[in-house]
Design a protein around this ligand. Structure first.
Ligand code: FEO
Length: 397
């Protein structure tokens, strides 16, 4: 990719990772980008870098604009290696006068790269630096996504550089939101939120409040992943408000794994019943769907029914994986149900209920266990369970 002008004398100089398909457990079906931004001013400043292996691409992009040795400052908004991994390489080329980072950022940089001699300059919330014609104001955004994270705001350009915030894992040749299909863009942004930022939703609410108190006015959000927001700034901000409140709709998911199709038959009976109750429904066989795509649907679903056969006194492995992943992402305010077939011991439903209790799901029914293969009466019980869940959802919304 070539550098792209974002604003006068501000350029995207990052890298596109077309082929990455797994981002520590998040399936990036369409790759991602690592965005970095070069600001030309009296102090030439690079905001963030790229993942290890992409440093050459970034340096190539910078060279299209200036000699990298002309860079004076580097700002590290986020230390996770997809944004700082090429920092040693760029520091050795640039020999920056200063590296700006948050207090936690300095600690994280020292623990990642073990470089005591780099010219760290710690900045805190409210600190401002001058680049010449421009200023940069910083806001620490701890745990959005890591303790070190911070926003950089350039008021003269109405530009917010937001590191992971508002990102999407989507590799494209386009760089701006108005150049791509909007529904796909928001789908990718929702997936990113559900799988990366969901557990930090209370912090996001607090950060929004801090941004409001600062009266920052921006018309462009330069995120470190995916498309830069310049047309749908208000819409993505409103989406984040909605997602951080975990506002749910009358949507019900049925998520299951099955050994010999008994649990699957129960899942289908439950699904039909939930649909009859007016729910928007989604059925996910864990053998055919990735945990992260399911989490994207969890984001605004009110009800989640979990089904697993019992195997070796537990749930099936893909369900164990799903439960561990979902629990870590801390969805709130859900209504749950458990179901599953068994042959002799039959612990799966009990275990599913225990995990839902840990996630503080409201579980209005103890769930349904079926020995071996469901009979007509068992499937009728699944229909009844669907009715009960559907009623609970309609009562809560
Ligand atoms: Fe894109 Fe938290 O790193």
């Amino acid at each position: 990719m070539e550098p792209v002008r974002v604003k006068d004398n501000i350029y995207w100089v990052g890298a596109v990772d077309w082929n990455v398909r797994n981002f520590h457990g998040y399936s990036t079906h369409q790759g991602t980008t690592y965005n970095a931004f070069l600001v030309l001013d009296e102090k030439v400043t690079l905001f963030d870098t790229v993942k290890p292996g992409f440093g050459d691409e970034m340096v190539h992009n910078i060279r299209q604009i200036i000699d990298p040795e002309q860079i004076d400052y580097i700002v590290v908004d986020h230390v996770e290696l997809d944004h700082s991994g090429s920092l040693p390489e760029i520091v050795s080329v640039v020999k920056p006068e200063k590296i700006f980072c948050s207090p936690n950022g300095k600690d994280a940089l020292l623990h990642h790269f073990h470089q005591d001699s780099w010219p760290y300059e710690v900045v805190r919330t409210g600190d401002r630096i001058s680049l010449g014609k421009r200023t940069v104001e910083f806001l620490e955004t701890r745990m959005v996504h890591w303790p070190d994270s911070m926003f950089s705001f350039i008021p003269e350009d109405k530009l917010l550089i937001s590191h992971d915030g508002f990102g999407q894992h989507w590799a494209t040749g386009e760089r701006f939101d108005d150049e791509v299909d909007s529904s796909e863009l928001f789908k990718q942004a929702a997936k990113y939120y559900a799988n990366i930022l969901l557990p930090y939703s209370p912090r996001i609410t607090a950060v929004f409040q801090e941004v409001r108190e600062r009266n920052w006015v921006f018309d462009t959000i330069a995120t470190d992943h995916g498309l830069i927001w310049r047309r749908d700034v208000d819409k993505i901000l409103q989406s984040y408000v909605k997602w951080s409140k975990q506002e749910a709709t009358a949507k019900a998911l049925v998520v299951y794994d099955t050994m010999w199709h008994s649990t699957e038959r129960m899942a289908n009976a439950l699904l039909d019943s939930l649909m009859s109750e007016g729910m928007s429904v989604r059925l996910f066989d864990l053998r055919a769907n990735s945990r992260d795509d399911i989490m994207t649907e969890v984001l605004d679903a009110k009800a989640i029914a979990l089904g697993s056969s019992t195997i070796n006194n537990g749930v099936l492995p893909l369900m164990a994986d799903m439960l561990s992943y979902m629990k870590g992402l801390k969805p709130v305010g859900k209504i749950g149900a458990a179901f599953g077939s068994y042959g002799w011991s039959g612990e799966a439903v009990k275990l599913l209920n225990e995990v839902m209790a840990e996630m503080k799901f409201e579980v209005p029914d103890p769930g349904i266990r079926v020995k071996y293969v469901p009979a007509a009466g068992d499937l009728a019980n699944c229909v009844e369970l669907g009715r009960k869940i559907g009623k609970a959802v309609n009562d809560r919304l």
